[in-house]
Every structure is written in structure tokens, then in C-alpha cells.
Design a protein around this ligand. Structure first.
Ligand SMILES: *Cc1c(COP(=O)(O)O)cnc(C)c1O
Length: 378
């Protein structure tokens, strides 16, 4: 694969060299087990494979690997500019990162509630200490982790990644960035020096609200190898059907993400400029409204497709989703269909006046008209 293809092309072709049949759309592989080589001189024992570091390249048993996962990892590696390892969900990817780094201390700020819950489990079982993001850097020991999320859920705003890279690296600690809210081409976190990138691929990469998957990306092939070795036994590979749906989704990924972000920026701008028309609307948060200099560096297209609004009361927040015609009232984000969520329904740590809005691929003006009529009823 030529090095200089862009994201739209890579999404369609990065795995072409892994096609072993004439099918244009990859076949789905449902088998859990695969026949060994029929030539006895080519048989390698599991110890020989592990020693050669090629264990996960052989297709033996679908908990270790299977042909469609090889293909999605190839596409992810090219899109995300590193060595990608695919998981059964975003949270199983986060857990795998914690098992790999095995930190004694983790700094974490506003972040996906499920990541906070995993840290609670690690604290309960193993005494891992969880500290607020801006704690005293002296608490970080070599090998510890700062877990960042940017843009931040549910606000869609950016935090200064480089600031935390400097703190972590000055202490010999590592930075994991959950970049779910701004996958490429919206954000390229390795440019800022992060050690590992996490995505819930359930969101923009999947894009159709019909699969769960996660991915970790590292610049170091040895770390990717170690993650594969752990995944073999933790058993969190992307499942057969889900990996096939993911490969199908990656073909149109670039089209979708560009449309979603352009829609979101247009809608945020409209709501912000027409505040006077919406007395119930108290605030809007999105990276495109942030003024800090680092935001433009991190998010050259202006932000991601998720933003939040706060309304005048919890009652209004509870009712607003029932007034929209196009926005479904549901959790999650990243799909082609726009969603609005009274966030208190799923996030125990968030204001009960907040609504999170995930923009899909519909026409932006239709979405603006729908939000306008809904807000004006309140
Ligand atoms: C959804 C999400 C996760 C968890 O991913 P799953 O695929 O649901 O396990 C992690 N981080 C962020 C920012 C998310 O939005």
C-alpha cells in the first residue's frame, strides 16, 4: 500500500492485500477453528509460534485471530497511523490498556463514565489509586498513567493535550488519549506525543449504531505484540459478525465523519447566533466555540460531531427529546442518525439540565429546523 494515500482511499483499500478470494466485499468468517497446514513439514508448535513472535499472524482459533479482524486492524493501523489492536468494545480496549501498563496511580479528569467504573474496579481489587487530572505531578511514579479524553464527553470541548504530555513524561508516566469524539481527520494525537490512542469504534468507525468494538493504537510494534498476546487469553477480540460489519462501515467512514462534523459546526453556529430566539437554552458547549489557541492545533476541522446544551431546568431537559421529530432520544453517538440524550439517563456524574447531541448525516438545515421547533415549544 503506497504510503501517501489519504483516509478516504485507505478506508476502502488499506486491506486489499489481505483479500484471498475474488470477492469485492470481504467474505464473513464465522468459524471458531481453522484447519492446520496439511503439510507436516510446515507445522509449527505453539511454543515455536510464540518464540517467532508470529502467533497472532496464524489463523488457528477465533479467540486468537480471524481473517476479518486482520483486515480491520490493517485499516485501523493505516487510518490511525500506528499499530492497531482491535477489541470487542471500547471498554474492553481501555481495560486492556490498564492491564498492559499496570499503573499504581492513574490521573483522570472528565471522562467516559465506563472508564471511571473500570478504574473503580481496579481500585477495589488491586488498590490502584485514582487521582483527579490536575493532581500534584509528584504523585506520578514511572509507569503510571494519565488517562485523557479530548474532546471531552459530553461537552465536545477540547483540553490541552500537550500540557499533560509534558507532566506525564517528566515523571516517566504514560498518556492514553481517548480520542473517540474526534477520530482522524479531526485529530491526530500522535503529533502531540501521546503514548497510546483509544477509540470506542462502536461510535464513528462503526457509524451505524449496530456493532460494539474498540481499538488501541501504539507507535511501537512490540507493544502491539504484547497487547495481542494478552488479548489471546483475556478473550476480547472483536467478534466475527461485528468485525465484518466494521469492515463494511470503514469503507464509508471518511464520507460520514466529514459530513457529521460539518453539520455539527453549522448547527452549533446557528444556535449560538440565535440565542435570543430560545429562552430555554442557557448554554452551548463545543470546541468550535472555544477561543484557546491549542484548540485549533488539536482540531483543525473545528471540533467533533457531538456538543451539549444546558437548558433552564431539569424538567425542560427531560421533555425536550420528546419534542424532536428527527433526533432519537437515545444514548451513544457516532451513528448516521442524529441523537439527543437527557444525559442524566446514563451518566451518574453529570448535570440534570444537560442534553448531549450527536449529529448524524442528515441535512443540516432539516436538523436546525427540528431543534428550533422543539426548543420553541418550551
Ligand atoms: C462509548 C465510549 C466508550 C466505551 O466504548 P464501548 O464501545 O461502548 O465499550 C469509551 N469512551 C468514550 C469517549 C465513549 O464515547
Amino acid at each position: 500500500m503506497a504510503e501517501n494515500y489519504r483516509i478516504a482511499t485507505l478506508g476502502v483499500h488499506a486491506d486489499d492485500h489481505h483479500a484471498h478470494t475474488a470477492d469485492i466485499a470481504s467474505p464473513i468468517h464465522l468459524s471458531s477453528t481453522y484447519a492446520y497446514n496439511s503439510d507436516p513439514t510446515k507445522l509449527k508448535t505453539i511454543n515455536e509460534l510464540v518464540q517467532a513472535g508470529s502467533f497472532h499472524e496464524d489463523i488457528i482459533y477465533s479467540r486468537y485471530n480471524q481473517p476479518v479482524v486482520v483486515r480491520i486492524e490493517e485499516v485501523f493501523s493505516k487510518l490511525l497511523d500506528g499499530h492497531a489492536v482491535a477489541y470487542s468494545s471500547g471498554l474492553s480496549a481501555f481495560h486492556a490498556a490498564m492491564i498492559y501498563y499496570n499503573p499504581k496511580n492513574v490521573f483522570v479528569g472528565q471522562a467516559y463514565h465506563g472508564c471511571q467504573k473500570i478504574l473503580e474496579i481496579l481500585n477495589r481489587n488491586y488498590g490502584v489509586k485514582v487521582h483527579p487530572l490536575d493532581s500534584d505531578p509528584e504523585l506520578l511514579q514511572p509507569g503510571d498513567v494519565i488517562h485523557l479524553e479530548s474532546p471531552v464527553n459530553p461537552y465536545g470541548t477540547a483540553i490541552d493535550i500537550e500540557k499533560y504530555i509534558k507532566i506525564a513524561h517528566s515523571r516517566g508516566a504514560f498518556v492514553i488519549l481517548d480520542s473517540t469524539f474526534a477520530p482522524p481527520p479531526l485529530q491526530f494525537p500522535f503529533e502531540f506525543g501521546v503514548d497510546m490512542i483509544l477509540h470506542s469504534a462502536t461510535k464513528y468507525f462503526g457509524g451505524h449504531s449496530d456493532l460494539l468494538a474498540g481499538v488501541l493504537v501504539t507507535k511501537d510494534p512490540k507493544i502491539a505484540q504484547a497487547l495481542h498476546d494478552d488479548r489471546n487469553y483475556i478473550g476480547t477480540i472483536t467478534a466475527s459478525l461485528e468485525s465484518w460489519l466494521m469492515l463494511r462501515s470503514l469503507r464509508t467512514y471518511d464520507l460520514r465523519i466529514r459530513k457529521q462534523v460539518a453539520n455539527a459546526i453549522k448547527i452549533v453556529k446557528y444556535l449560538d447566533e440565535h440565542r435570543a430566539d430560545f429562552p430555554a437554552l442557557k448554554s452551548i458547549t463545543h470546541a468550535s466555540l472555544q477561543k484557546e489557541e491549542f484548540v485549533k492545533r488539536q482540531l483543525p476541522l473545528g471540533g467533533g460531531p457531538v456538543f451539549s446544551i444546558e437548558v433552564a431546568s431539569p424538567e425542560i431537559a427531560k421533555v425536550l427529546p420528546s419534542k424532536t421529530n428527527l433526533f432519537h432520544h437515545a444514548t451513544s453517538l457516532g451513528g448516521v442518525e442524529s441523537l439527543i440524550e437527557w444525559r442524566a439517563m446514563s451518566d451518574p456524574f453529570i448535570s440534570n439540565k444537560l442534553l448531549r447531541i450527536s449529529i448524524g448525516v442528515e441535512d443540516a438545515d432539516d436538523l436546525i429546523a427540528d431543534l428550533t421547533q422543539a426548543l420553541q415549544q418550551l
